[in-house]
Unconditional design. Structure first.
Lengths: 113, 113
């Protein structure tokens, strides 16, 4: 069974640009969550999508958005990038049956310059 | 979700047993206790999950007292490769909007030779 795949692995963007990150969950998993991890703030929850609907949302500005497709793949978008958006962005997939066992991807390392 | 409290950091030496305790005074009846391990620049990895008493797998043991207000992750005979951050989470195992996984700061375990 393939794991969670995140693309790209590394990304360098300039302030003011926008970026789109992709996450392919484990086959059969319908829940996809996104997290931002920085050295100072740790793992912070961005949002969760389940069956193409945003089910939960963390405390991030509207510049952070996401969506989920019918095949459960998810994308997150960050517009008007700021230096502080530099972080490791992690995606996690879960099944309905074992909701607290999340499988994480390797993450996308975003650097904003 | 119940809030968890765990030590910020712990040090150990190779070959020792390490016990990391997590407090979750407001744990709900339906909540399970789950532990994750995270290495630098990687996504967290599920280690173990339990509801009460003791659970053991090939990686660790989880001890949960009768009142379930705390839990202890036990790592037998740690090696340098066990150096990581360990997160304790509590939450409802079976779906629903409560299935949102919120990570705290975790416990940074440093294993020395």
């Amino acid at each position: 069974k393939a794991g969670v795949t995140q693309t790209p692995r590394y990304l360098i963007k300039t302030r003011g640009q926008q970026v789109t990150l992709s996450c392919s969950p484990i086959s059969g998993h319908r829940s996809v969550s996104w997290y931002q991890q920085t050295p100072g703030q740790g793992l912070q929850f961005l949002f969760e999508y389940f069956s193409e609907t945003q089910r939960n949302k963390g405390n991030f500005p509207g510049r952070f958005s996401g969506r989920q497709f019918s095949n459960s793949r998810s994308e997150m978008n960050v517009s008007t990038l700021e230096l502080g958006d530099s972080a490791l962005y992690l995606c996690a997939s879960r099944s309905v049956e074992k909701n607290t066992e999340a499988f994480f991807g390797q993450g996308t390392r975003l650097t904003v310059v | 979700l119940a809030k968890t409290t765990q030590p910020i950091s712990m040090d150990s030496y190779e070959g020792q047993e390490v016990n990391i305790t997590c407090s979750h005074n407001n744990i709900a009846t339906n909540d399970y206790i789950t532990w994750y391990q995270q290495f630098p620049s990687q996504g967290p990895r599920f280690i173990i999950q339990g509801y009460k008493t003791k659970v053991t797998n090939e990686v660790a043991s989880l001890f949960i007292p009768a009142d379930r207000k705390s839990s202890t992750l036990s790592l037998p005979r740690v090696s340098l490769s066990d150096t990581a951050v360990y997160y304790c989470l509590v939450g409802d195992q079976y779906g629903g909007s409560q299935g949102n996984l919120i990570f705290g700061k975790g416990t940074k375990l440093s294993v020395k030779p």
